[in-house]
Write a protein of this length. Sequence first.
Length: 312
Amino acid sequence: MPLVSTKEMFQKAYEGGYAIGAFNVNNMEIIQAIVEAANELKSPVILQVSSGARKYANPTYLKKLVEAALIETNIPIALHLDHGDDFEICKACIDSGFTSVMIDGSKHSFEDNIRLTKEVVEYAHAHGVTVEGELGKLAGIEDAVNVSDEDAQFTNPDEVEEFVRRTGVDSLAIAIGTSHGAFKFKPGQTPKLRFDILHEIEKRIPGFPIVLHGASSVSQEYVKIIMAHGGKLDDAIGIPEDMLREAAKSAVCKINIDSDLRLAMTAGIREVMDTKPDVFDPRTYLTIGRKYVKQVVAHKIKEVLGSDNKAE
């Protein structure tokens, strides 16, 4: 099956009360783990590539790994650029065969965000590619994205209708309390998503697909494994999964997951290296890392996203 657009994916997700998992990919093992889990559970999936992943793995290598996944599976797969920060990187991904791109103009003024997003939308739509925009600023650190708590801003519902209308975007990433990285909340702080903002946005742009970034739950199972084998992740806290499941039943059609995959891979590698210090074959420790990533993806699909058995 060739790569697909997110347009039909999101329409079905919106109507079906579930969300599509957008999992960040960086290497072969992570891609294998994601698509194997999704294929076994018959779930559509989005493989997303950040600018950091492009620099690390080389865009050509990543694209060919995704092409291999298409051969090995029969589920709908979209290839998405995560957090494109200028027109040039979006154009490069569109030209190389991506079916979806995100242009993140949230660091700019409202008018400049509209101008940049509209420029990307016009080029993308001319090539049959969907575009995700962003309003509001998520706190946290992920690759090139680095926003302090002081600079974070919730999405203003009063702006969404104008933004969508003037840019022509196909989906919108909003800020309602999620954040990037594994340290989303301070010790003692109660994790909370602003569902009041989400529901107000739903009223302003009914039927429109919403995206949540920074939605890893930071599974304490893998944090404990990492800590038990020499890692230091004190106070790593994520988004409660019941909140994400509630969001997936609403207008949220795409939920981004990156840190949870990193934690699972790291847990597997640390566990092997600590318990088997004589091992120096990368295949040994990467196999366990891949196993843990697959477990995470399967759990997210079944228990959080609700996208299992939705592939057609």
